[in-house]
Design a protein around this ligand. Structure first.
Ligand code: C2E
Ligand code: CA
Ligand code: CA
Ligand code: CA
Length: 279
């Protein structure tokens, strides 16, 4: 039994070692990705329920590795966060997204805000306000045309400080959106405290909601809550007409999901906007 225990121990040991060296490789890969221009942004439209017009775009990062090919964000964002590289990646993302939105405006596309996902680490490390101001100045984008999407679960620590930073961003004219709403901890107490403008209902509540009484009860309650608190509400991950119909009946303000479009490359997105007729 002891022998067996030992070999199991060695097995896990090796597994952890492999995991560690895999992570090291990935970490180094992330650093060189930034230097070698291997990241790009894709854009997914958001649709306004009332007008049918494009009400915004969410920028989503893509990593094309020269050897491994496409690496999805779920595979590297977490490691980027624990290793701290996320600070540089997010700054790159904000810069690129603002630059792109300004370029679309200058090309005469209808004006809409660009939404960027921001790691909650920015609220504890570095200077978010000065990073954002620097980027807005550099790209000459109006702060009204920028939305920061922030996840809830990670904002538990030092709430006072987080609230202050958010209030400063708000005062600058930037919109703050609470992403993945309902999946983290203490969502409701955060809603009460954080100076946000908008809630994004997580995809997990949307998919199949028309046939799932529990999901539909949650979605109905969250949308009503947003209305009562005068917050914007976006449903993400809409894939079917049935989901859309249901969300419409609840007066959800904005829609996003494959039903309208997958995240698109810059040129594809530009074409999408030009040909979008509101249906
Ligand atoms: P998220 O912010 O919740 O983004 C929504 C995810 O759902 C995206 O996955 C999007 O492509 C996908 N999606 C949109 N509509 C549908 C749909 O109808 N059906 C399905 N099945 N999926 C849909 P993606 O691009 O793989 O990103 C995954 C997560 O990685 C994001 O979740 C976000 O948390 C993170 N992420 C992506 N880009 C960035 C970034 O630039 N910076 C940071 N810090 N995180 C990012
Ligand atoms: Ca998001
Ligand atoms: Ca989500
Ligand atoms: Ca997320």
């Amino acid at each position: 039994a002891k022998e067996q225990g030992n070999s199991i121990y060695h097995f896990y040991d090796r597994m952890i070692e492999n995991q560690l060296s895999e992570n090291m490789k990935l970490e180094n890969g992330l650093r060189s990705a930034l230097l070698n221009d291997q990241f790009s942004l894709y854009y997914q439209p958001k649709i306004d329920a009332k007008t049918g017009r494009i009400s915004g775009a969410e920028a989503l990062i893509r990593w094309i590795h020269p050897e491994y090919g496409f690496v999805p964000p779920d595979k590297f964002i977490q490691l980027a966060e624990t290793s701290g590289i996320i600070m540089d990646i997010d700054e790159w993302v904000v810069t690129e997204a603002c630059r792109q939105n300004k370029a679309w405006q200058e090309q005469g596309l209808p004006r809409f805000p660009i939404a960027v996902n921001l790691s909650a680490r920015h609220f504890y490390q570095g200077n978010l306000i000065s990073m954002i101001s620097r980027v807005l100045t550099k790209t000459r984008l109006d702060p009204q045309d920028l939305i920061l999407e922030i996840t809830e679960g990670s904002l538990i620590k030092s709430a006072e400080y987080v609230i202050k930073v958010m209030a400063d961003l708000r005062a600058m004219g930037i919109t703050i959106s609470m992403d993945d709403f309902g999946t983290g901890y203490s969502s409701l107490s955060q809603l009460q405290r954080l100076p946000i403008h908008e809630i994004k209902l997580d995809r997990s509540f949307i998919q199949g909601l028309a046939h799932d009484p529990k999901k539909s009860a949650i979605v109905r309650a969250v949308i009503a809550l947003a209305h009562h608190m005068e917050l914007g509400i976006v449903a993400e991950g809409i894939e079917s007409e049935a989901e859309l119909r249901y969300l419409r009946s609840l007066n959800c303000a904005q829609f996003q999901g494959y039903l309208f479009s997958k995240p698109l490359r810059e040129e594809e997105f530009t074409q999408f906007v030009k040909h979008w007729d509101g249906s």
